[in-house]
Write a protein that binds this ligand. Structure first.
Ligand code: FAD
Length: 309
């Protein structure tokens, strides 16, 4: 049986002009789509980042993560291939220290599978909080906050860097996804579904199950999720995982001349230092849209109310 005649008349991909003029056409600068691109990226990872994956995967200044997610999401490479390739490496290299790094990577692939099982078990996983008491949670929808978050204009450099990396490349590091998600939900009290929708719109690796698990984990509404009282401090997260602000300076160039000491909280820099760095807070870079301590206390109060309900 023939599925279709060989001489199908059709437009070429180029003629469809799918990328022309669209904001995401710049993704081309960062990714090589297709199986060849996927295999090249995989080779790069197993010869480099994988050796430090367990210990360094949260370091935002090192390329220790695989960046395989867009290829996986778009079907350019299979999880079974990655799994088998890792098993082979463990056997061939026979190095217990390396095996530990590889096993840590394999655990991430299992998280992915776990999210798919959750979506299969709960078809409303992508829209409703799994913990039913959260359906009464008092969010405070605010279009200005949401807009500032999407555009990377919150005045919190790590959050802004992550959101701008996403817009520019269609990708964001997992550590930063957790920080920006926590910021939207806990600092700004915006419904997690808003963040889910924005990630669906912008992520090259968008996957409904992974995305829903990520958002519900951070919000404390899902299975095995982060405890509600865990509210990331974006400045401290920056100090820990981007010590010198290299990641921030890459994606928030208006802060490029600020000394590392102030890069995670520019509002704490003396006026003279800001002037030398050509920064006018509230003009060239925003002041923080919420105060961390106040926002944290407000979120805890709101979450405590749910706990008692
Ligand atoms: C709010 C939020 C939303 C997310 N949305 C998505 C999404 O739409 N699509 C998506 O693929 N991932 C999503 N993730 C999970 C994770 O951030 C990405 O899989 C990871 O950053 C991809 O980069 P990598 O391929 O370099 O990961 P690596 O660290 O190299 O991990 C290898 C692979 O394991 C899987 N993986 C890693 N971490 C996770 C995780 N926490 N949960 C599930 N699978 C994981 C991915 O398939 C990834 O490609 C989300 C996380 C959060 C916190």
């Amino acid at each position: 049986m023939r599925a279709f005649p060989i001489n199908v008349s059709s437009l070429t991909l180029d003629q469809l002009q799918l990328l022309n003029g669209n904001w995401y056409s710049k993704f081309r600068n960062y990714w090589r789509p297709g199986m060849d691109g996927a295999l090249d990226q995989w080779e790069l990872f197993i010869k480099g980042g994988l050796y430090d994956y367990k210990d360094k995967r949260d370091d935002l200044t090192k390329e220790t993560i695989s960046k395989m997610s867009p290829f996986i999401a778009l079907g350019n490479i299979s999880i079974r291939f990655l799994w088998a390739s890792c098993q082979e490496l463990i056997e061939v290299e026979a190095d217990p220290a390396f095996a530990q790094q590889i096993e840590s990577f394999l655990r991430q692939l299992i998280w992915r599978e776990f999210s798919i099982y959750q979506l299969l078990s709960y078809p409303s996983f992508t829209t409703l909080s799994l913990r039913s008491n959260f359906q009464h949670f008092e969010w405070e929808p605010n279009s200005l906050y949401l807009h500032a978050w999407k555009k990377g204009q919150t005045g919190y450099p790590l959050v802004d860097a992550g959101m701008r990396e996403l817009w520019e490349t269609g990708y964001m590091h997992n550590r930063v996804r957790m920080v920006v998600a926590s910021f939207l939900v806990k600092h700004l009290l915006q419904p997690w579904q808003e963040g889910y929708d924005w990630f669906e719109h912008t992520l090259l690796d968008f996957n409904a199950a992974n995305n829903a698990m990520g958002w519900q984990w951070v919000s404390g509404t899902g299975i095995d999720s982060a405890p509600y009282f865990r509210i990331f401090n974006p400045s401290l997260q920056g100090e820990k995982f981007d010590i010198d602000g290299i990641y921030i300076k890459k994606w928030v160039p208006e802060l490029a001349n600020l000394p590392s000491k102030y890069i995670h909280a520019p509002q704490t820099a003396p006026t003279a230092i800001l002037e030398q760095a050509n920064i006018t807070l509230g003009d060239t870079y925003p002041l923080p849209i919420v105060d961390h301590k106040t926002a944290r206390a407000r979120a805890l109060e709101r979450y405590n109310a749910i706990k008692k309900a």
